[in-house]
Write a protein that binds this ligand. Structure first.
Ligand code: APR
Length: 246
């Protein structure tokens, strides 16, 4: 046991020195970073997509078919997430941002926990469960009602509101996508934390950053399709590993 811990701390020390020498740092996070806060992940043993069918709940077609059903599911998730708070991994990323002038956090998570933890330069590429968007006029607003009234309508034009999240088959919002591309293109140290790396286009981001010269470190409970191109994969819980980078 002692040997394993010593080896881990040696590896982390080397990575920290690499991190200190880096100028443009990007952290890319997925559901795994919020797992220790109590937010369910999507895949894996107790993942949401084991109990629910994504095609019934997380596609534009499912919303057209039954906005009520989709909103009920989002209400359930809003209720689940509302009392939860950030964990040591979210906090560590917020602290790293304070130490480095060029630190970008790209998250697939819609739970808002990175911002709650104090991260500022956050690109929520899959949107936010705390935002709604009008299906008629596209107006986006924050909404923290729990539960939200079903079916909610736009204050501006009366159109039907939908969750401001990216569903399967939808592109990333163009402004966020551009910023993401720019951050990954110049990044020299990329931390990929708690993502299964199977959902595109995000799954290709580490490949892109590496091709552009980034050093890639992955933190996950298990190896993923990102592992083959990562310079280092640290197996462990995000809440235990990420704070070691401070
Ligand atoms: N620490 C580190 N990693 C963890 C932890 C933990 N405590 N718990 C789970 N993980 C890892 C799992 O091993 C898995 O690789 O987090 C990953 C979670 O994977 P997914 O559930 O697939 O989440 P994510 O990669 O964010 O999913 C991408 O899929 O359904 C969509 O839009 C949804 O944004 C989501 C996208």
């Amino acid at each position: 046991m002692k040997g394993i811990m010593e080896e881990l701390s040696q590896r982390i020390e080397q990575l920290k020195s690499k991190l200190r020498d880096s100028r443009y740092i990007v952290a890319l996070t997925g559901a795994g970073i919020s797992a220790e806060s109590g937010v369910p992940t999507f895949r894996g043993e107790n993942g949401l997509w084991k109990q629910y069918r994504a095609e019934d709940l997380a596609t534009p077609e499912s919303f057209t078919r039954s906005p009520k059903l989709v909103w009920e599911w989002y209400n359930w998730r809003r209720q689940l997430i509302a009392p939860l708070t950030y964990n040591a991994a979210h906090r560590a990323l917020a602290e790293l941002e304070e130490k480095f002038p060029h630190f970008t956090l790209i998250t697939q998570n819609v739970d808002g926990l990175h911002k709650k933890a104090g991260s500022k330069n956050v690109l929520e590429i899959h949107g936010s469960i705390w935002k709604v968007r009008c299906t008629a006029c596209n107006h986006i607003s924050e909404n923290y009602e729990v539960p939200i009234k079903i079916l909610p309508h736009c204050k501006m034009c009366g159109g039907l509101l939908r969750p401001h999240v990216v569903w399967f088959g939808e592109p990333l919002p163009p402004d966020v996508s551009e910023e993401t591309q720019r951050a990954l293109g110049v990044c020299d140290f990329l931390m990929v934390i708690g993502t299964s790396g199977v959902v595109h286009p995000v799954a290709s981001f580490p490949y892109y950053a590496r091709a552009k010269g980034a050093f890639v470190v992955e933190v996950n409970l298990e190896r993923t399709p990102i592992s083959p191109i990562a310079h280092e994969t640290i197996l462990g819980k995000a809440g235990e590993i990420v704070p070691l980078f401070l």
